[in-house]
Design a protein around this ligand. Structure first.
Ligand SMILES: Cc1cc2nc3c(=O)[nH]c(=O)nc-3n(C[C@H](O)[C@H](O)[C@H](O)COP(=O)(O)O)c2cc1C
Length: 442
């Protein structure tokens, strides 16, 4: 007998909770690890564990209705002759054509362009839909080299060398056969319908010196015009950032373990890498030691959802943030209106993460022409622009409350932590104390 859903005498194990039991049963049934999209789903130290100290007697806030709070950012002016000039410090992260449908890529371009920011290609190459609608387009050079086209290096506005992703540092990509359509196969030089696993390391590198050679090659191909970004998954950010800067990177993209993915083993998503909260201070420390903070820009990602997340990332020392999952949701992924259709494929709105399966009723994470045709790129682009505008307004609101006339003037001094863990990782004091674990003794 159950009383309000509680069964007397039945006690759930904290170790073998429902998810753990279901996973053992699934593994016993299928004999292979689980693959899914989205990012880490368990609770991790995150920006929610930080708070801003608004201005008061000792600080002077700015008025929202008449005092400017600027949001522009320049990325890549260390060496590149044509750095990226963005109106907002929020870019769209690299998401592959293959993972996302062509209309979804078009919508990302429309939304980002409306707000004066950039989109990023991904594994599998550059689509005309994205190039045509993104005023500023970052072209990824990935370990797989799938879809890599030297002409596209000249058609983009910046190049991002991908070494790793936050969801899977040390691992390669996956695109399952059901998403390898004729077009995706042709762009990647792969057979149609066969599962594809992309490389976890670049074919022509054996160590960090090779990164320097690669950056040099890319500069020559693009006549020293285009910024060269280096993307790493957060695992050893201090050393990785220092090495990338030494190799000549114009900017660093640092993706924390909450970062999204289109298809990765669950065990990888939940157990490899470190949270972005812990990674930013270590990356900033490396940049400061090399006297490169703000000269080599730091773009961070992994679980950014709100303007509060953006503002906190900037306050910790990032120059910009990048968004993946949140951009998909803004386009219409996981929309409540599709709940009935999610139920038919064993999911529900707010939970749908089978982006590897290609059966997305929203038409976003699919290569099925009929499903993709359901998605309206103009509407999706408008929704994304609205979302980016909201993030920006929220970031400005918080910056003004801290008395800043530019969002980049936010600083660690504006923050406190709610937990000892977050204080130690973010290197800001525990709220109400002057204690930064591992740094100060008071
Ligand atoms: C659908 C999807 C596809 C992705 N494809 C790529 C890719 O091709 N290359 C890459 O470097 N990262 C890829 N990523 C990771 C994103 O670039 C980014 O690092 C991550 O999504 C940021 O975290 P967030 O999703 O929590 O914002 C992908 C992410 C998603 C959600």
């Amino acid at each position: 007998m159950s009383v309000n859903g509680w069964h007397p005498g039945l006690r759930e194990s904290a170790t073998f909770d429902r998810n753990a039991i279901a996973e053992i049963q699934r593994a016993a049934r299928e004999g292979i690890y689980d693959i899914r999209g989205w990012g880490a789903k368990r609770r991790l130290p995150h920006f929610d564990d930080l708070l801003f100290l608004g201005a008061s007697v000792s600080r002077y806030p700015l008025e929202g209705y008449r005092e400017r709070c600027a949001t522009d950012v320049v990325i890549g002016d260390r060496h590149a002759l044509a750095p990226l000039e963005l109106q907002i410090p929020i870019t769209i992260a690299g998401m592959s054509f293959g993972a996302l449908s062509a209309p979804a890529k078009e919508a990302l371009g429309r939304g980002a362009t409306a707000m004066g920011t950039a989109t990023t290609t991904g594994d599998g190459g550059m689509t005309e839909e994205e190039r045509g609608h993104s005023e500023t387009l970052i072209y990824q050079l990935l370990p797989s080299r799938y879809g890599m086209n030297p002409d596209d290096l000249r058609r983009c506005d910046a190049i991002e060398i991908v070494i790793g992703q936050g969801a899977k540092p040390g691992g390669g990509g996956m695109l399952l056969g059901q998403k390898i359509s004729d077009r995706v196969a042709a762009m990647r030089d792969l057979p149609k319908g066969i599962d594809q696993r992309s490389a976890c390391r670049h074919p022509d590198w054996t160590g960090p010196d090779d990164l320097e050679i690669k950056i040099g090659e890319l500069r020559e191909i693009t006549d020293w015009q285009k910024p060269i970004l280096v993307k790493v998954g957060a695992s050893r950010p201090y050393y990785d950032v220092a090495l990338a800067v030494k190799a000549g990177a114009d900017a660093i993209v640092l993706d924390g373990m909450q970062g999204g993915t289109a298809a990765t083993q669950e065990v990888f998503i939940e157990h490899v890498g470190i949270p972005i909260l812990a990674a930013i201070p270590a990356a900033v420390e490396a940049l400061q030691e090399l006297d490169m903070h703000r000269r080599v820009q730091l773009v961070v990602s992994g679980g950014i959802r709100t303007g509060a997340d953006v503002a906190k990332a900037l306050a910790l020392g990032a120059d910009a943030v990048s968004i993946g999952v949140a951009a998909m949701i803004a386009l219409g992924d996981n929309a409540p209106a599709l709940d009935g259709e999610y139920a038919e494929i064993g999911s529900a709105s707010g939970f749908y993460d089978d982006w590897q399966a290609g059966r997305d009723p929203a038409g976003i994470s699919t290569q099925d022409d009929a499903l993709a045709a359901r998605f309206d790129p103009e509407l999706g682009g408008r929704r994304l622009a609205n979302y980016l505008r909201t993030l920006t307004l929220e970031t400005q609101t918080l910056a003004r409350a801290c008395g800043k006339s530019h969002v980049h003037n936010l600083e660690p001094e504006d923050l406190v932590a709610l937990t000892v863990e977050a204080a130690a990782m973010a290197r800001v004091p525990l709220a109400g104390t002057g204690w930064v674990p591992g740094v100060s003794g008071s």
